[in-house]
Write a protein that binds this ligand. Structure first.
Ligand code: FAD
Ligand code: NAD
Length: 405
């Protein structure tokens, strides 16, 4: 009998966790495992704000996929997926056509612009390692150009961050540390630089613990970050952004850099599959399968699950993506062996947001943490993710060991 083929699309947290669990659990003679990813490296999406601000090199954020997969058990294909045809059971990529018995879609997130005019053209998004590198270099270019210009345009040195969710706040934390370095490097007086966070909701980190939010805002303000709260961005132009300040009141903020960190959606390829979705996220069955498609699993940011306790979707996080990868692998093995699948139940350990390399806020084990303790915990979480995928070797090679900074 032909061995079943398990085709995994995307080597982010969800895809790699699925593959690593499969390769640990099932023999090379029992299945063919194929992993397709557009790059030959995995990047830690959870560190992208550091690469974007320039506090970490883009190289530190990524590692070779082949270094964590068992190349005797998994065939890795470096290619861009262009179509997923679940009716014909064929995936098309830049490397050709791929058939499967079981499909795992783990193609991750894209920035969501909500159709706001100009954002896709004039704002940057912390979406992947190449985009992060471009943001870093764009900010450096603005500082270098200001320094050189005879007639100086100070708005070059204004950075707008749209959205004060976790991504926006973590990026601001890095900028708070990076801007003084940039000023020194490019001979720019610190008072010329403005970093402005524009948030639509009436508070920073909407829904998060108010005491921790207050701490974060205080710390970021102390580093010179300005906040404009309850003022949605309504337009981006080549010169900056328009924000709504009241019923008929708008303000234009001129800026050399606009970074859009105001939300994510699933990968657009999902929208062409014919599977019902909301912003490219599929409300998956409890065992992570696409409704009505017994051979298609969806994990990570392309999957949507409702937290019944609050009747709202679980937030798309790496924490959940990795846990789903594990359960997805077990469920595929169960199906191959003719056993029942199991339900995915998230085991939420808490949330920690960094405020630069030396500060953070978070909740874990029912307690609140701030400052160095929270920062230490965030680095431990980052290192744990490396360990879970690539073992001690990867954690030692790529981990964060300036734990007490
Ligand atoms: P991804 O990690 O996005 O991986 C998708 C993979 O698919 C990538 O390798 C990509 O290259 C590949 N791919 C995409 N399209 C194609 C294609 N067409 N063909 C082939 N390959 C393709 N979550 C936390 O839990 N904790 C945190 O601290 C945290 N910090 C974050 C910080 C930032 C700045 C951001 C942006 C997000 C953060 N998140 C965090 C959220 C977390 O990063 C995501 O939830 C997580 O990355 C989702 O994992 P995934 O496997 O679904 O997708
Ligand atoms: P988000 O959706 O959590 O936050 C987006 C923010 O942008 C919200 O505060 C929203 O009110 C604001 N916004 C929306 N439209 C706006 C507009 N027009 N103008 C101004 N502000 C606007 O998105 P995110 O921060 O990118 O996070 C995405 C996911 O990744 C979340 O699930 C988050 O939990 C996760 N994440 C986790 C961490 C962590 O655990 N440390 C870090 C980053 C991201």
């Amino acid at each position: 009998m032909k061995r079943p083929t398990i085709l995994v699309l995307g080597a982010g947290y969800g895809g790699l966790s699925t593959v690593v669990k499969l390769q640990k659990t099932i023999g090379a003679d029992d299945v063919d495992i194929v992993l397709i990813n557009k790059n030959d490296y995995h990047y830690e999406s959870t560190w992208l704000h550091e690469a974007a601000a320039g506090t970490m090199s883009p190289e530190s954020v990524r590692y070779d996929i082949k270094s964590v997969i068992d190349n005797n058990k998994v065939k890795f294909v470096k290619a861009e997926v262009t179509e997923i045809n679940i009716q014909e059971k064929v995936v098309t990529s830049s490397a050709g056509a791929h058939t499967y018995d079981y499909l795992v879609i783990s193609l991750g997130f894209e920035g969501e612009t909500f159709g706001i005019t100009g954002l896709d053209k004039y704002a940057f998004s912390i979406a992947n390692v190449k985009a992060a590198r471009q943001i870093r270099e764009h900010i450096e270019y603005q500082f270098a150009t200001w320094s050189l210009e005879e007639e100086k345009d100070d708005s070059r040195l204004t950075i707008i961050v749209g959205g004060a969710g976790f991504t926006g706040i973590e990026f601001l934390g890095e900028l708070g540390n990076r801007v003084p370095e940039l000023c020194k490097e490019f001979d720019v007086p610190a008072e010329k630089v403005r970093v402005i966070c524009v948030e639509a909701a009436p508070m920073v980190l909407p829904g998060f613990d108010p005491e921790l939010v207050e701490y974060a805002v205080k710390q970021l303000k102390a580093k010179g970050i300005e906040f404009s709260i309850g003022t949605p961005v309504v337009e981006a132009t080549p010169e900056g952004v328009n924000i709504k300040k009241g019923e008929d009141e708008f303000e234009f903020i001129k800026a050399g850099t606009v970074v859009w960190a105001a939300g994510v959606r699933g990968n657009r390829l999902i929208e062409q599959t014919g599977i019902e979705n909301m912003r490219a996220r599929v409300k998956v069955d409890k065992d992570l399968r696409a409704p009505g498609h017994s051979d298609v699993f969806i994990v990570g940011d392309c999957a949507l699950m409702i937290n019944e306790a609050v009747n709202r979707p679980y937030p798309p996080t790496a924490q959940i993506a990795m846990q789903q990868g594990d359960v997805c692998a077990n469920n595929i093995i169960a199906l191959i062996k003719g056993n029942p699948t199991t339900e995915f139940v998230p085991d939420l350990k808490g949330s920690i947001a960094s405020l630069g390399d030396d500060d953070a806020i978070g909740t874990a084990f029912g307690k609140k943490f701030t400052g160095k303790k929270a920062s230490f915990m965030k680095k431990m979480v980052d290192n744990r993710a490396l360990y879970m995928i690539g073992g001690a070797g990867l954690a030692i090679k790529k981990g964060k060991f300036n734990l007490l900074k």
